[in-house]
Design a protein. Structure first.
Length: 408
């Protein structure tokens, strides 16, 4: 829960600085059939302990509020009004733009060939030359395991090829933002979906229903059997959404066996790793961030950033508001297994709220099956960038990022 709260604050700050709205608040509905494979208890207790308001609805009330659903009487829904969605491609472009203003050099379509420990420094070999830095952050998704192996580190990461589909319902207005929420079916198999946005198509998918692959063996053609599983679920539970099929695309999941997030430094190196988490810099001791909101909150939240998030929302520019986040009451908790030792992890941030020099690492949109290297300068006051041909220049941080999604 603490990580979710920090995420809302971080998005609000990003919106403030970019002067662009990114978070689309829709409300979230988790649907639990009787004896569901994913029990509702931990979710409810975590929300209650943290003072996050929610409603526990029976099937009749769910269908009264959202008549598109067709549910059995034993289904219950967990409704949370602050849930929403963020446009991934547009959000990435915003972060890229702001990163560049703070001195980051983004090298897209730049495959990373090797990561080498050079004793006190790390070398990243790419197709455009080698870079050296005092610290390297690995957030390379499906490529993470191969890169970590070069540093003598092994994580039990499983890469699966997933897919998602877009449908155009006959009555698109019934599924519009404001009238329909983001939702997930909390059983096995598990399905999820979004309202119609930003045009007249809605997105739906099965969660972790794909086959195991690697970053190099993956394909880009949808699995007809997976497509039929999703379509069959929609016909049964959400028939109005199963309109005209628009298209299906593939992507990659990179998960640990228990689906917990993993964050920490590599032993005996200056590299830090995080398979899919937002870019972060860490210092010893190692720290681990668990998935949200499986565990109950037990202690007051504390910041792991060198600059604590503001106690209130940042003041927005005139005539606009940042994404909503309902602040929890004083003394609310955090997830015990999500708690990070104070000072053990630093989320690198640049914002107008501090004049101290910081490092910034921004996600990079990459070509399919391609990792990328980001050459980072340290500046909050506009240090000039070195020319791209300057490959021998030392810096404090490099980030190795990857994307497995082909966007349509």
């Amino acid at each position: 829960m603490r990580l979710a709260g920090l995420a809302y604050r971080a998005w609000a700050e990003l919106e403030w600085e970019a002067e662009e709205r990114l978070v689309v608040t829709t409300g979230g509905l988790d649907l639990f059939p009787a004896s569901s494979a994913i029990p509702p208890g931990p979710y409810r207790s975590s929300l209650e302990t943290c003072g996050v308001p929610y409603q526990w609805l029976d099937a009749a009330e769910v269908m009264r509020r959202w008549p598109a659903f067709r549910l059995d009487a034993d289904v219950h829904g967990l409704w949370q009004a602050d849930a929403g969605m963020v446009p991934a491609a547009r959000g990435t472009r915003v972060m890229q733009r702001l990163a560049a203003t703070y001195g980051a050099i983004l090298l897209a379509n730049t495959p990373v060939m090797a990561v080498r420990d050079r004793g006190g420094a790390v070398e990243v070999a790419t197709a455009q030359g080698s870079f050296r830095a005092g610290r390297v952050l690995l957030c390379a998704d499906a490529w993470t395991g191969d890169l970590l192996a070069q540093l003598g580190v092994e994580l039990p990461l499983v890469v699966t090829q997933e897919q998602f589909s877009y449908f155009r319902p006959a009555d698109a207005a019934a599924f519009a933002v404001g009238r329909f929420p983001v939702w997930i079916w909390m059983d096995d198999p598990s399905f999820y979906g979004f309202p119609v946005w930003p045009d007249t198509a809605l997105k739906a998918a099965q969660d972790v229903g794909g086959t195991q692959v690697t970053a190099t063996t993956r394909g880009f053609d949808p699995d007809p059997a997976a497509s039929e599983r999703l379509a069959g679920f929609l016909r049964t539970r959400l028939p109005g959404a199963a309109g005209t099929h628009d298209h299906t695309a593939t992507c990659l999941y990179t998960l640990t066996p228990d689906r917990d997030l993993v964050l920490g430094p590599c032993p005996a190196t200056t590299a830090s790793w995080s398979p899919w988490a937002p870019p972060t810099a860490s210092s010893s001791p190692p720290c681990w961030a668990g998935s949200w909101p499986t565990w109950p909150c037990t202690a007051a939240p504390t910041s792991t950033s060198p600059r604590s998030p503001p106690t209130a929302r940042p003041s927005p520019p005139p005539n606009r508001r940042p994404g909503t986040w309902s602040e929890p009451p004083a003394g609310c908790g955090q997830c015990r297994q999500n708690s990070l030792p104070s000072g053990s992890c630093m989320t690198t941030q640049c914002s107008p709220f501090s004049s101290t020099s910081r490092t910034l690492v921004a996600p990079v949109a990459t070509a399919r099956s391609t990792a990328a290297a980001t050459f980072v300068r340290i500046s909050s006051i506009g240090v000039p960038r070195p020319p791209l041909t300057d490959r021998s220049r030392w810096t404090r941080f490099l980030a190795v990022l990857g994307s497995g999604t082909r966007w349509k």
